[in-house]
Design a binder for this molecule. Structure first.
Ligand code: NAD
Length: 326
């Protein structure tokens, strides 16, 4: 075939999502699936007309690029093996669950000429693209922001409640917003974090205060056992007589000036794959491989997100405000 032969490692929820989106991209073909549970690999292989591979090595031998969609702690070993074999890599978030492993991946990708993209999909979501467009104007220079990212549970899939697999709740869920604030507001200069443990044998409820090199500051609340009350994810941004507010991945409302006019952009009509940016991130990965387009979410971005999570956990442990290098 012409185009990119892709292998999927981990045939669960997000592996299925990517495989089915990739199957719709003309210049890509999912050709192999590997999962430690063979029946899962076989089921997905049937859906996208690929072959189930008997091992990671067998998969890497027959593809040009690999999607790492297995649980968090497995990502570094699979990514390093794939780069070693000369494959392009798409690695789901979090890139790694320790700074040491993230640094090894960053260095390996810098020494390689292969494309390495990290799955911070929200950067491709139309809601957040609209926010980025709005705050890049002279009319809207943010002073501060108020952010929440909640979950109803850490039960599904079962490993999301096991910190030895996830690296901790911040790695599993909140890392999406920690990457998002860097993308929207620039480098974070410090974090101060309070937290408490309730349901899941780990700290599962966090209140954070972030400062930025731009002079901005933000609060971020993130609870693992709040509820699925909509929107469970929201950013409010405040500027001179102006406010932007997001609703999940479906809408952005903003107002400028002191009168009561509001402008709303709605993405209700889009599919979930498009609202959440999954289709666009997959298309971007293929463009980077075949057309040399710049990598949209790099290993540096993946590393900086891991660094932020680590700084948050350190602040929680020590009770101190943790400065970050810019
Ligand atoms: N970007 C997003 O919005 C998003 C959404 C969901 C999940 N994720 C990430 O994707 C990854 C997978 O999450 P999920 O919800 O699809 O989990 P899942 O449990 O549904 O699927 C994971 C699959 O990986 C398989 N697996 C486990 N260890 C493996 C290994 N060493 N090699 C190959 N396969 C292995 C499991 O058998 C399972 O089928 C996680 O890192 C998660 O954080 C990202």
């Amino acid at each position: 075939m012409n185009g990119v032969r892709i292998g999927i490692v981990g045939a669960g929820f997000i592996g299925n999502m990517h495989a089915q989106l990739l199957a719709e991209i003309p210049r890509a073909a999912v050709t192999a699936i590997y999962d430690t549970q063979l029946d899962r690999a076989q089921a997905l292989a049937r859906k996208v007309e690929a072959e189930a591979a008997s091992s990671l090595t067998a998969l890497l031998e027959r593809v040009d690029a690999v999607y790492i969609t297995a649980p968090n702690r497995t990502h570094p070993d699979i990514a390093l093996a794939a780069l070693d074999r000369g494959c392009h890599v798409f690695c789901e978030k979090p890139m790694a669950v320790s700074l040491e492993a993230a640094r090894a991946m960053l260095e390996a990708s810098e020494q390689s000429d292969r494309v390495f993209q990290v799955g911070h999909n929200r950067r491709f979501a139309p809601v957040y693209r609209k926010v980025k467009e709005l705050i890049n104007t002279d009319r809207f220079r943010p002073h501060s922001a108020h952010i929440k990212m909640n979950r109803g549970e850490l039960l599904d899939p079962p490993w999301v409640g096991q910190p030895d697999v996830t690296g901790g709740f911040l790695y599993e869920t909140t890392i999406h917003m920690l990457d998002m604030v860097r993308w929207l507001f620039g480098d974070v200069t410090s974090v101060m974090v309070a937290g408490s443990a309730h349901e899941y044998g780990e700290v599962d409820d966090f209140s954070m205060l972030l400062t930025f090199a731009s002079g901005m500051h933000a609060t971020l609340a993130s609870s693992a056992d709040a509820s699925w009350f909509f929107p469970f994810e929201r950013i409010e941004i405040f500027a001179h007589h102006a406010t932007i507010e997001t609703q999940e991945m479906v809408g952005v409302t903003y107002t400028e000036g002191l009168d009561s006019r509001l402008t709303t952009f709605s993405f209700h009509h889009l599919s979930r794959e498009d609202q959440w940016g999954y289709r666009s991130e997959d298309e971007a990965f293929i463009r980077s491989i075949l057309d040399g387009a710049p990598v949209t979410v790099s290993t540096w971005d993946g590393y900086k997100a891991v660094e932020l999570v680590e700084a948050c956990y350190r602040s929680l442990r020590t009770g101190e405000r943790i400065p970050l290098d810019v």
